[in-house]
Design a protein around this ligand. Sequence first.
Ligand code: IPM
Ligand code: MG
Length: 355
Amino acid sequence: MDMHIALVPGDGIGPEIVREAVRVLDRTAEIYGHRIEYSEVDAGGVSIDKYGVPLRKEALEECLSSDAVLLGAVGGPKWDGVPGDKRPEKALLGLRSGLGLYTNMRPAVIYPELSDASPLKSEIIASGIDILILRELTGGIYFGERGRSEDGESAYDTMSYSKAEIRRIALKAFESARLREGHVTLVDKANVLESSRLWRETVSEMGKSYPDVTLDYMYVDNASMQLVRNPSQFDVILTENMFGDILSDEASMITGSIGMLPSASLGDGTRGMYEPIHGSAPDIAGKNVANPTATILSVAMMLRYSFSLEKEARAIENAVKSAISDGVRTADIAKKGEDHVGTDECGSEILRRLV
Ligand code: IPM
Ligand code: MG
């Protein structure tokens, strides 16, 4: 297969983790006989420094003309003083909406070998954590009308959703649940918010067409509590943009493996954007200590969702699992006093386990 991939390394540790992911991708392509053409795209702080804006039209166009986008991370304290609409994060939001990526998939899984790193008690995680968060990504309060009053004394942001926006992601939730445990939990705040009531109505209506999927509902405050009380009760969590932002950080943290978790953002077609869940970690940038695994696993998601290359995706996931069970650890997941490897060595260890 011929693939055209846009690389957006971004800021902080972005370039070093993307480099390792590309090495793994190249080796996979070599083993399975695929051809990849890359184009490098500047976005985030690096683009602010070069061009004065977080995302140029040309950068978005390059991504639009690719089959998939691999992103490292954007942002850092260096750009803290930049006004709201020019911040590095704007690049992410611009890419998400510009590429029409309304479904954000964030798996939170626990690796048995790393379960010590979970901040939860062992009896709570005894039955495992395997949650797929489906976060709506191009609507809600992130993209609603916002502003300040003329006197600057008040400000507002609006959360609004249409049934069409809810339906298209709910469909993905039901379909994903069918391939998993068959259980969708819609997380909302329907006891207070009108937009949440629209989510409930729309999703429960659709649920009738999925009698094989168990659908339940949870208020977001309760969901954040249930995630630490009994995370094993969840299979697929479906939620709006900001609730998903918050819950996905919580869900990834309780696995203890935030450096290991990938994500995929998808729209109607097969083009998607893939990135690790963690941020740009400016404090460790350029030191060869960052964990590249989440980005490497993002490449596996890319092969699966944008190219339907399941075998190749599994090959990468298996190589990661085997490196973990052989004790390969970057500093973030090593126990105190345990030997650990650098970013590039971690990449090499995964790469040489690819078959
Ligand atoms: C995320 C991040 C972004 C978000 C920020 C950087 C804009 O927190 O991807 O979860 O809020 O969506
Ligand atoms: Mg977030």
